[in-house]
Design a binder for this molecule. Sequence first.
Ligand code: ZN
Ligand code: ZN
Length: 144
Amino acid sequence: MDNIKQLLAASKMAKTPCRVDMLHILLDSETALTEIEIKHKLSYDYDRATIFRNLRAFLKTGLLHAIALEGGEVRYQVSESRLQSHVHAHFHCKACSNLYCLNAVSLDKLNLPEGFEAEEFDLVVKGFCEKCTPEHAKHPRSAN
Ligand SMILES: [Zn+2]
Ligand SMILES: [Zn+2]
């Protein structure tokens, strides 16, 4: 809870029960969540306008980032760092459809050719997450 209080204070955002609840849910989740998923997990039945307004406010301060997927689905997760340059890749699992932040794969670590300057970074890696990786892929080939 202290962590959330600090996050809100650092972003100069007022501490409202809905905001605290939303951040709690996202920090507890190892995957990025849709607005509907967040709404279902909230301890109180806040109306969608309130949730939407808070999501916009979080995005504006950089506390959260949004990931747009094919088909117009948008998911949200807490940003590890509020620095603009800390834009990272995401992993979308084809089996469970969870979306993970890949903080180790970031715009900072892109080796662009001389003279190229990146403005946006939008990379979604698709495949199977740790829980869904087919057994044969985990143990590629036995010695015989
Ligand atoms: Zn999965
Ligand atoms: Zn992310």
